[in-house]
Design a protein around this ligand. Structure first.
Ligand SMILES: Nc1ncnc2c1ncn2[C@@H]1O[C@H](COP(=O)(O)OP(=O)(O)OP(=O)(O)O)[C@@H](O)[C@H]1O
Ligand SMILES: [Mg+2]
Length: 258
């Protein structure tokens, strides 16, 4: 579904991605985690055509990203890190605008907008300007905009940030439903427990390089075997072990002046 080969990105001297290789299967939820500045958003921005890569190749849905960007864009949805909402529009106007870009017929669009506003608890705010929305409302509207055209692949950059626990549960349920209906979802998040719960596979990126990759089922199996084998107990433990700072580094950085 997504095939990334030797993908690199250099921002004027900053090596944000360093030859990453990843295969993401269809009908799966793939978790992409890593510390701040590791390269997660850069990867999503490249895959969704927001940022051009420096080197390497990407195939999505069988199409080459360089050769068929429009065909790919038609069939993917994205919540970018900075949400990309038009603050001067109302929630409803924003969804209408996005739906029209995807060429949705008016009747289908009207129905979907009503359903989405209801699901995302934005019905009473539909006529308010987005600039008056709370952070969580903005995230919900961005989510609604990302799925309005029923995309085959969904890219979510920190979807759980700023949303309340009740809504997180609703989001998780809808992602699992989409996966069960054959969609593919790539999520970055620092909410490791949440990711471990819903992902079929996870990769950890650190300083632009993939440093760990596993099926979550295998992580869970290892947890079961914990008595017989010395092993990790959770994604969080793996994360801290693989990318955590060394004790030496911590000794030198303890803010002793506080
Ligand atoms: N437009 C840009 N210009 C220059 N450097 C950039 C740009 N975008 C990203 N970077 C750099 O690339 C590196 C990776 O950034 P990226 O945003 O991909 O990290 P991230 O893994 O998403 O982190 P976070 O968890 O904080 O969101 C960082 O060093 C960042 O400063
Ligand atoms: Mg990011």
């Amino acid at each position: 579904m997504i095939e990334i080969k030797e993908l690199s990105k250099n921002f004027a001297g900053v090596q944000a991605l360093d030859k990453i290789n990843l295969s993401i299967h269809d009908k799966s939820i793939f978790g992409f985690v890593g510390p701040n500045g590791a390269g997660k958003s850069t990867t999503i921005n490249i895959l969704t055509g927001i940022v051009p890569p420096s080197e390497g190749s990407v195939k999505i849905l069988g199409y080459d990203l360089k050769e068929n960007p429009v065909e790919i864009k038609r069939r993917i949805g994205v919540i970018p890190e900075r949400l990309a909402l038009f603050d001067g529009l109302t929630g409803e106007e924003h969804l209408t605008f996005v739906g029209k870009i995807y060429g949705l017929e008016q009747k289908i669009l009207t129905n979907r907008i009503n359903e989405l506003l209801y699901f995302f608890e934005l019905t009473s705010a539909r006529d308010r300007l987005i600039e008056t929305y709370s952070q969580g409302m903005r995230k919900k509207l961005a989510f609604a905009s990302a799925i309005i055209h029923a995309p085959d692949i969904l890219f979510l950059d920190e979807p759980f940030e700023n949303v309340d626990p009740i809504f997180r549960k609703k989001m998780r349920d809808i992602l699992i439903r989409m996966r069960n209906n054959g969609k593919t979802i790539l999520i970055t998040s620092h909410a490791l427990i949440e990711l471990e719960d819903i992902c079929d596979e996870v990769a950890i990126i650190n300083k632009g390089k993939i440093v760990y990759q596993s099926r979550t089922e295998d992580i869970r199996k290892k947890i079961k075997d914990e008595i017989s084998r010395e092993t990790y107990q959770s994604l969080e433990e793996i994360f801290l072990d693989v990318v955590g700072g060394s004790d030496e580094e911590e000794k030198d950085n303890k803010l002793s002046w506080l």
